[in-house]
Design a protein around this ligand. Structure first.
Ligand code: RM4
Ligand code: MN
Ligand code: MN
Length: 408
């Protein structure tokens, strides 16, 4: 242990009240955006199991989001998908505004849909047809206008483009088309807007994906312009990839724009945050705490999940609470102490400090923070007690419609 015994400074020795103050600061700095599609009926490619309480109109999605915000106090914005939520584009902005006011949740990131129309079969921004590429760029530009009118900072692009068979498309030419499309989109941004570029290694394409990893995203964001950044969806990596290392690199390069949080066992499973591997989220959050407060303002935390078996409201509230707990655990790592141990290569002591922070039960502190902020101390229990899920299941159940579809 070297002189590890003399190193007992830091959080381990911090008084209860100093620790609580640190915890409150950390919790005050944590907000996370919820996705409109997390309340809708979604499924796998094999079909959907419908839930009586699923939201099928935008008003229902805002209502559900408002309820999550009331219960947790840390979800002030709702991510919107243009085709699913604003089918009439800019003409729907007024309606979104009034729903936002009515339910106390603002419009969040605006997500263009470049994957639903039949014409996108062979790609959208990367389609070999100039005409189809132009249509896709026009949708990007519409999305920028929608975001601007809604006061949303981020236009968040996930591009489904790719190919299924070797030799069937020119990877190189598609890079050039993509650079051009993103540059043009970036040119349309107002000074306070950003373009986030998400990556995904496969699905729906199974041979090559035009934005397949964080390096491609970072290059494209750089090529687009200074207001573009990378978006990391935690489910969009090969199984053994070290995501926190990618996060550390993007922070180093000042290229990290935000996250789509979810958990997974295999691929883009979109399971609830921290359900499979909470330690991984802790490690990602640690890198953000290391980067400090200034960086945090530039990183949009968003949930991108699809709740197929769990109740949608419960899954969302559970995710937000899990996120808060993991954020706090990571905040309470004694980083100065850890740095000293790292410098001395005290491997076991460093790891134990890190692991110890992960295993700390922070739930009592989160409860105390919620009480102090006038929020229910157990949001899941409060949701159950509110009768909200029963009410929406009754009201919406009669329809049981699957018309608003999505596969997030
Ligand atoms: C993708 C990706 C995007 C999401 C779409 C619908 O897998 O995660 O963020 O908007 O699904
Ligand atoms: Mn995503
Ligand atoms: Mn995904």
């Amino acid at each position: 242990m070297g002189n590890g015994n003399h190193e007992k400074a830091g959080n381990s020795m911090k008084s209860e009240s100093a620790l609580l103050e640190l915890a409150f600061q950390a919790l005050d700095s944590f907000q996370i955006e919820i996705p409109s599609w997390g309340f809708a009926n979604t499924g796998t490619r094999f079909g959907k199991y419908l839930q009586a309480g699923a939201a099928s109109t935008l008003e229902e999605k805002f209502s559900d989001a408002g309820q999550v915000q009331k219960l947790t106090g840390v979800t002030p914005t709702l991510a919107l998908h243009v085709l699913w939520d604003l089918p009439n584009g800019v003409d729907d902005v007024e309606a979104v505004h009034s729903l936002a006011t009515r339910y106390g949740v603002a419009a969040g990131s605006i997500n263009p849909n470049l994957f639903q129309d039949q014409e996108y079969k062979y790609g959208s921004l990367c389609n070999p047809s100039t005409e189809i590429r132009e249509r896709a760029v026009a949708h990007m530009l519409d999305s920028v206008v929608i975001a601007h009118k809604l006061g949303s900072r981020d236009v968040s692009l996930w591009l489904p483009d790719g190919s299924n068979y070797p030799g069937t498309q020119s990877i190189r030419r598609r890079i050039v088309w993509l650079e051009d499309a993103l540059r043009r989109t970036h040119n349309a941004l107002a000074p306070n807007q950003r373009l986030l570029v998400e990556y995904k290694p496969f699905e729906p394409a199974f041979y090559h994906t035009d934005i397949g990893d964080w390096g491609m995203s970072a290059h494209l964001a750089n090529a687009a312009g200074p207001q573009a950044r990378v978006l990391v969806d935690t489910g969009h990596h090969y199984a053994t990839q070290n995501i926190e290392q990618i996060v550390a690199w993007l922070l180093h390069l000042d290229m990290l724009g935000g996250f789509h949080f979810n958990d997974r066992r295999y691929a883009d499973d979109d399971l609830t945050l921290g359900s499979i591997d909470p330690y991984q989220i802790f490690r990602i959050f640690h890198e953000i705490h290391v980067a400090g407060r200034l960086a945090l303002g530039q990183i949009a935390f968003m949930i991108d999940q699809s709740h197929n078996l769990k109740g949608k409201m419960e899954a969302m509230v559970q995710t937000v609470c899990a996120g808060q707990e993991l954020w706090l655990k990571a905040a309470l790592v004694d980083r100065d102490h850890l740095a000293r141990l790292q410098d001395k290569c005290e491997l076991v002591a460093a790891e134990e400090l890190f692991r110890g922070a992960f295993w700390r039960d922070v739930r009592p502190m989160v409860k105390e923070w919620r009480r102090a902020r006038g929020l229910p101390e157990d949001p899941l229990a409060a949701l159950a007690a509110s009768g909200y899920v029963q009410r929406i299941s009754r009201e919406r159940g009669a329809r049981m419609s699957s018309t608003v579809s999505s596969y997030a």
